[in-house]
Design a binder for this molecule. Structure first.
Ligand code: BES
Ligand code: MN
Ligand code: MN
Length: 460
């Protein structure tokens, strides 16, 4: 082991700058999946990753068309009798807005205070690229002890609309013993953790219509229902004084977590003071009777992600808007079903619409939550790898985020995923000034080859 560690460290040490430069070239491509005109950038990012996989030692790599943005697939098959690891990641990123809140341009990566600042620095270009470089390392040092496949998609941030179909059409190609993913977080580098749960998601857009046109807010104000006012009230009514969601039936399928399990979860280090200080909030808000980690890990939530109506430009315009909109996400836990929640929400929202308004609800995307076992070969391998590289046995943690496709992988391909993420909550993913500490990037590259090594052992 010591010898292997030394070899890994020395390879990373002597290629550090090049690794970073190559990641920067990827980050500079604004592959924002949500934008219809990002076609050129999306394809450029996909082609770039394909090239990197080939340069790293893949014996095949291609950009595969789907009904949406393409998937980069690559592989190196060493020996039929050895296990196969399928690496999943995404090369698409979230939009960078609001741009004026960035301290440096989002697609011009730069290192400040030991961190890479850019959109995608962590989510997921930085984390995905660790796998490409670890793969290169194993190929160059002749230490790759199993088969490796890569599936890097371009639609994760918009809910992976084409990937299910891609998996159905490529079952044989994607055959593997485990799916390895770095697209989650750790508690801290000195408190390593492995994500063992992801929340599901229902994401909806609502539209409330009042009068048939915008009205003068003096001539009509006070006499006509204002959809902006009414939408605000409707949203406010979706949670009660205990911050429980009021949609009838919403909690029906929420799997209760036993006191033993809750006690086990509470052992994962968490400092509420640090948490509040990092966010500059005086207090936290959430469902009564649950801790902060429980509120994100094992309980569902409902949040407005965007809300707009009327005049939002410079200065004042006296107008009573005709329409008001909001984008609302509900994070779900096992065994809540995203389609069923969409339906419950839609029915409820129509019911609470005040007389004189019309409401429309449209589902944008969604997916199921996921829980990984802690007693399967990939978990043991990840745990050993992290212990070896970071010095401490990682604690299992249920994350509040979502990667809905992970459940589909299990259903369609019959393969479990291991979520070995190296991000931190402070990386500000999806926010201005997204960042990724260099240490995490390099430690990730060092840990991954150890995972492969231990995984092969655990599979024996
Ligand atoms: N990498 C994140 C998910 C994540 C981050 C999970 C941190 C756990 C910890 C992923 O790219 C993401 O942002 N997913 C979306 C869901 C998607 C359907 C838009 C999310 O969680 O909002
Ligand atoms: Mn991600
Ligand atoms: Mn994301």
């Amino acid at each position: 082991m010591i010898g292997a560690m030394k070899e890994i460290k020395s390879y990373v040490e002597s290629n550090k700058e090049r690794f970073l430069g190559e990641l920067f070239d990827l980050i500079r491509i604004p592959s924002i999946s949500a934008l219809k005109d990002a076609r050129e950038e999306i394809y450029r990012a996909a082609a770039y990753i394909r090239r990197c996989l080939l340069d790293a030692g893949a014996d095949h790599a291609g950009v595969k068309e789907t009904s949406g943005w393409p998937v980069v697939y690559g592989q190196r098959l060493v020996d039929d009798s050895l296990p196969t690891v399928l690496v999943y990641g995404h090369y698409d990123v979230q939009p960078a807005e609001p741009l004026d809140l960035w301290d440096s341009p989002p697609f011009e990566p730069e290192v400040r205070d030991g961190k890479i600042y850019a959109r995608g620095a962590d989510d997921d270009k930085g984390q995905m690229f660790m796998h490409v470089k670890a793969f290169e390392l194993m190929n160059r040092t002749g230490t790759l002890g199993c088969n490796v496949k890569f599936m890097i998609e371009g639609e994760e941030e918009i809910g992976s609309p084409s990937l299910k179909q891609f998996c159905k059409e490529n079952r044989e190609l994607l055959k593997a013993d485990v799916i390895l993913i770095s697209d989650t977080t750790m508690i801290a580098m000195d408190i390593p953790s492995i994500t063992v749960g992801l929340r599901g998601l229902s994401y909806l857009e609502v539209e409330v219509t009042g009068p048939n046109r915008d009205l003068h807010s003096g001539i009509y104000g006070g006499a006509v229902g204002n959809p902006a006012n009414l939408l605000a009230k409707m949203i406010a009514s979706l949670t009660d004084e205990n911050n429980r969601i009021t949609i009838p039936g919403f909690y029906d399928d929420v799997l209760p977590v036993s006191d033993e399990e809750r006690a086990e979860m509470a052992k994962a280090p968490f400092d509420l003071g640090d948490y509040k200080r990092a966010l500059e909030i005086e207090d936290v808000v959430g469902e009564k009777g649950f801790s902060t980690s429980e509120r994100t890990g094992i309980r569902p939530s409902l949040d407005v992600n965007g809300i707009w109506s009327g005049y939002t430009g410079e200065g004042a315009k006296t107008v009573l808007p005709s329409k008001a909109y909001a984008k609302i996400s509900m994070r779900l836990v096992p065994d809540q079903d995203s389609k069923k929640i969409d339906k419950l929400f839609t029915e409820h929202f129509a019911r609470i619409a005040p007389a004189g308004t019309k409401v429309k609800v449209r589902s944008l995307h969604g997916g199921q939550g996921y829980v990984t076992p802690t007693d399967f070969p990939a978990f043991r391998a990840a745990s050993r790898a992290i212990k070896a590289s970071l010095g401490k046995t990682p604690v299992p943690v249920r994350s509040g985020g979502s990667i809905p496709i992970v459940t589909d992988f299990e259903e369609i391909l019959g393969i479990k995923s291991i979520l070995m993420g190296f991000g931190l909550d402070s990386d500000a993913i999806h926010s201005p000034n997204e960042n990724f500490p260099l240490v995490n990037f390099y430690k990730g590259i060092e840990t991954i080859p150890l995972f492969y090594r231990f995984f092969v052992e655990e599979m024996k």
